[in-house]
Design a protein around this ligand. Structure first.
Ligand code: TYD
Length: 390
């Protein structure tokens, strides 16, 4: 059942080399599956169409994420004492770099990004996560006692294949940890920009537990973490293994049911909040522009691509985006064709307002741009509703 239409959108991480480059667009419709409660985008692309060898996203680009993965590695070492670790979607090695290289293996299909992990002496297989790959891995390396995956499983169309491949290489007493944006937090924050071509699914406890049941898996612990504007970290075991199921699982279930994540009406309400957010953001931009003030973008995120294209905010309203990622600099934001330039500290002399594309790193950014703010520079955020941050 479709509840939200975010219009025609380009592929989010495909930054344009020039303004005239042709782009494919698709209609971004968001669907609620009444049966298993899963939220997904209607048009689901295969990984091969998205994760190629010039992928621009680097996980270790923010201090916040480096710290978060380091903290998790400490928890894993202390709590589970698991040694042989496999990561699905290891990106530039921001998680695995915290472990002894001898017993770790990363999977990263984008060869340019896999290279960054390899440069840290991490063993990486550059391929997509499939049943076939899991069989090859088991033959070559045996089973693993910990499998981790952050912000990756929700990017893969065929979840049944994903989970049966994990089942194949996970030890009977192994732990499978995944973390992804939390649907409950997304709805509460009105963060509709979490929807784009890569984010095929947004998990909740309700939907994930329903899918895992079919694969002999069970969630035994859940943590609410602040990553990416509010994520859930699920600790999963094989059904017959002995991990105790903690109260956190029941608590999360209760939170989601009390909020109404099982009801279509919740999503209809969210949808009207999204429309309201769009109107408000457009008004805010136009008001600032009518005073001839200059707005730039901060963080050329995939999320911003959804917002800009949905709200039709283009180069007339935002002069340029700054971003620290080398792969994005010198290019243009998909669809709206706003230039992305190399980051340099914000200066009030050059900029009046900065639109927070990377709102999920708001505290890190505000700390960095203290002098901009104290010189009366202002940020614009659309989360949870469009407003000015001084
Ligand atoms: P992220 O929010 O993880 O992105 P996405 O929506 O694409 O999944 O990406 C953050 C982006 O913001 C990334 O391109 C790097 C950039 N960034 C900066 O330019 N400066 C900063 O201080 C931070 C924290 C991020």
């Amino acid at each position: 059942m479709i509840f939200l239409d975010l219009g025609y959108q380009p592929f989010a991480n495909e930054y344009l080399k020039n303004k005239f480059q042709k782009e494919k667009k698709y209609r971004l419709l968001i669907d609620f599956n009444k049966k298993n409660k899963i939220i997904s985008i209607k048009k689901k692309f295969l990984s091969e169409k998205i994760f190629k060898n010039n992928y621009p996203y680097r996980s270790s680009i923010s201090k916040t994420m480096r710290k978060s993965f380091k903290n998790l590695s400490i928890i894993i070492k202390k709590k589970f004492k698991k040694k042989k670790i496999l990561e699905i979607g290891c990106n530039d090695g921001v998680f695995l770099e915290n472990f002894n290289r001898k017993n770790t293996l990363g999977i990263e299909p984008c060869k340019n990004i896999a290279k960054l992990s390899k440069a840290k002496n991490i063993s990486v297989i550059s391929d997509y996560w499939t049943k076939k790959l899991s069989r090859d891995i088991k033959k070559k390396f045996g089973k693993f006692d910990l499998i981790f995956s952050a912000n990756t499983i929700t990017h893969i169309k065929n979840l049944d294949e994903v989970f049966s491949a994990v089942n194949h290489v996970l030890d009977e007493d192994g732990v499978f940890i995944i973390q992804d944006p939390s649907l409950l937090e997304l709805i509460k924050n009105n963060a509709y920009d979490q929807f784009y071509n890569e984010h095929i699914y947004v998990f909740s406890y309700l939907s994930l537990s329903s899918i895992l049941k079919n694969h002999d898996f069970e969630i035994f612990h859940i943590e609410n973490i602040s990553d990416h504007g509010g994520s859930l970290r699920y600790y999963i075991k094989k059904k017959n293994s002995n991990f105790k199921i903690t109260k956190s699982v029941k608590d999360q279930k209760k939170l989601e049911i009390n909020f109404g994540l099982q009801n279509f009406s919740t999503y209809k309400k969210f949808s009207s909040n999204v429309k309201y957010s769009r109107e408000k953001l457009i008004k805010l931009f136009n008001k600032i522009k009518s005073k001839n003030q200059k707005i730039i973008g901060y963080g050329a995120t995939a999320k911003a691509v959804t917002v800009l294209n949905y709200c039709k905010i283009n180069n007339d309203l935002i002069n340029y985006f700054v971003d620290t990622t080398p792969e994005k600099q010198g290019k243009f934001m998909p669809g709206v064709k706003i230039p992305v330039i190399k980051y340099s500290k914000l200066s009030r002399k050059k900029v009046d307002y900065a639109f927070l594309g990377a709102w999920n790193f708001k505290s890190e950014i505000i700390k960095k741009e203290k002098s901009f703010l104290s010189n009366k520079g202002k940020f614009i955020t659309h989360i949870p509703f469009p407003k000015i941050v001084t």
